[in-house]
Design a protein around this ligand. Sequence first.
Ligand code: ZN
Length: 498
Amino acid sequence: MELNEALHRLKELQERQYAYGAGLNALNLDGDTVAPRDTNEGRALAMSILAGDWHRQFTSPETGELLNFLTEHQAELPATERRQTEVLKRDYDKSTRIPQEEFVAFQRLTSEANDIWKRAKESSDFAMFQPYLEKIVAYNIRFAAYYDPNKLPYDALLDEYERGATTAYLDDFFSALRKRVVPLLQAVRERPQIEDSFLHRRYPVEDQRKLSDYLMSVMGMDRNHSTIGETEHPFTLTFNNKDARITTHYYENDLASSMFSVIHESGHATYDMGVRDEYQYTCLANGVSMGIHESQSRFYENLIGRSRPFIEAIYPKVREIFPEQLADISSEQFWRAVNKAQPGLIRTEADELTYPLHIMVRYEIEKRLIDGSLKVADVPAEWNRLYKEYLGVDVPDDARGCLQDVHWAGGSIGYFPTYALGSAYGAQMLQRMEQDIDVWGPVGRGDLTQVTAWLRDKVHQYGGFLEPADVVRNACGTFDPNVYAEYLEKKFSALYGL
Ligand code: ZN
């Protein structure tokens, strides 16, 4: 094979992969948004054929030969193609490493586990789910050995979600949080609680849609290249850097829910839309990892969106849309209300301060399930003990305890830590950004262009070209989990007068 021909085939392979992905995404999005209710059958058939072809093409011997050839000639490749080869080769090796029968059996197990988990959650019956979780843990331990037999099994699993993250790294990270955030939350609980009942007055959906349009314009989302839809759970789907779709869910008696979802999902979309043109339709076109993606969405949602200057800037418009509901509410009251910290049982309803503590519980439990020091049967008791210790709450039943999340039932172990890492990366990015530019002057006028330009320069443009750790280094220097703890201390001390 000639090098030029190989490079041509590399481009063609990636464009084909893009085309399959775009087709699947379009069908997925259609099913979740505008498709009539009873139309799943035909869509599911089309999707399973597309997904099968996609997988077969990628794992074919020809693809293997091409990637081997390019790897042998990597010194002669331009930087972009060298990186593409590296990323694709890693994915190829991974997808061919797990024996086919085991992979299929695991798919069957998780699909069944998912149904059982739903029923177990409905009846709050952990014993029903326990045998499935035991099998899922056992599979994950075996898969970890296929991924990398030289690593600790949990580290090999973490690598699937946040390349480069290790138990040692996360132990340091969470221990810094435990030392500072647990006492901070205790101090907050002893203060008078923030009044936020006005956020639960009646906010008609058609008016909330106007608010979404306004927030997307503040976020700089070009509506010729992005849309917003409505789904059960908000998400972002990006076809390429010129076509991003976000969704939200409106609750008539909860103003903040959709408001901050729209900012969060716009943050994900802004990341993907900031990736360089030259990486489009290749494996480098999207955000590099879960953790870095969450760092961007949470940056906009919490660090900017829940800041005093940002609320000051947007509040006149919010009140113009909801003049009666907010007639007696000042922007300061509004800012306090959207930052209320209150320990609860449910991760997805958690506020900015308590969220990382929910993740810490999950991290400690799944790490110990994989290293064998915790039995699946003991998960509920350990879960409840840790919730009491970190959040100070009593877990009344497993439905509101260890059965609340879908992740383990779906087979994912090692996923949770990325949520907390993202927030911590974001806090350190903000510290750096404040040294480089005037952040709060423009934000206080509702102008996010400088913020987005900084993030584009340090993070977004690279897409998958840099490893997650290199993105963090590029944007933050050496990662220091104390910066995040300090950020939380400063913010919540001010809010609660500590
Ligand atoms: Zn997100």
